[in-house]
Design a protein around this ligand. Sequence first.
Ligand SMILES: Cc1cc2nc3c(=O)[nH]c(=O)nc-3n(C[C@H](O)[C@H](O)[C@H](O)COP(=O)(O)O)c2cc1C
Length: 316
Amino acid sequence: MLAPMAGVTDRPFRQLCRELGAGMAVSEMVSSNALLWGSAKTRRRIDHHGEHAPVSVQIAGADPDMMADAARFNVDHGAQIIDINMGCPAKKVCNVMAGSALLQDESLVGRILDAVVQAVDVPVTLKIRTGWDPEHKNGLRVAHIAEQAGIQALAVHGRTRACGYRGAAEHDTVRAIKAAITIPVIANGDITTPEQAVEVLRHTGADAVMIGRAAQGRPWIFREISHFMQTGRRLPEPGPAEICRILTGHLENLYAFYGEYTGVRVARKHIAWYSKGQRDGNTFREQVNRLESATAQLQFVRDFFARLADRQELAA
Ligand SMILES: Cc1cc2nc3c(=O)[nH]c(=O)nc-3n(C[C@H](O)[C@H](O)[C@H](O)COP(=O)(O)O)c2cc1C
């Protein structure tokens, strides 16, 4: 599964990851604050036109009634699964006591989950961290609360809120949670290769793995994982020509979704990710970031990858 990432997992990226083998892709979070629903950002986040089912939309907030309203609002706009964010440590989310900050208040967790599950007819899932900080790893208790509330699947990022993104994710807590509850459990955190995905599944007994940062600029990681799980062998890495085909298709979809002005700007970070580790990538990124039009950006990307493909042929 593709992990929800604000500013990254927009509809074009979700669609691409699904086409390249992700079993599911969770949307960027939609705030439970109804005042924000009219904004251009939220309007784009609730646009699921042409999206592969099941459409899973993440909501974030700390007030049970507002969260229930947000769930209903998103179901009315096409969500087929509501995912609740109690896993995001971002300041913007935590300062208003939402995201992973909620893990501190287990009774509030219960009230939010009850309110959302009762508000909608679609499945409700939950994403958490392993706890508030290493001394307060209450992931297991929250998992029991979730199961009792009727949550249908639980994703666990193997870090505490206090850990931010530091250190390595641990999957022992995920394993303990999986052993203790009967709903599907999804393991998340630092999974970057097919071998790791298989190892985490084996170690935790989880029903799925969720990939975030390792899909940035490498949306084909999902088909690599499925292939490895089915055959025990690695798919060859895509070459420059194939990366170029995937990236330019992605860019066209970004321009169509955001319009040219915003599309070109959103595209820059994706282009940087796709070109990471490629020869002359630094110079390429500096130059491509200065381009303002979709045509120029696309052509520059095509030329860069064509040069890489020529070099590869010469070397072969
Ligand atoms: C840029 C970025 C944005 C994120 N936004 C969200 C979010 O909106 N909701 C959420 O539950 N988690 C969010 N996360 C956390 C990821 O879903 C995931 O749990 C985390 O990155 C660990 O997985 P990974 O090691 O595979 O990246 C975000 C992570 C990143 C890097």
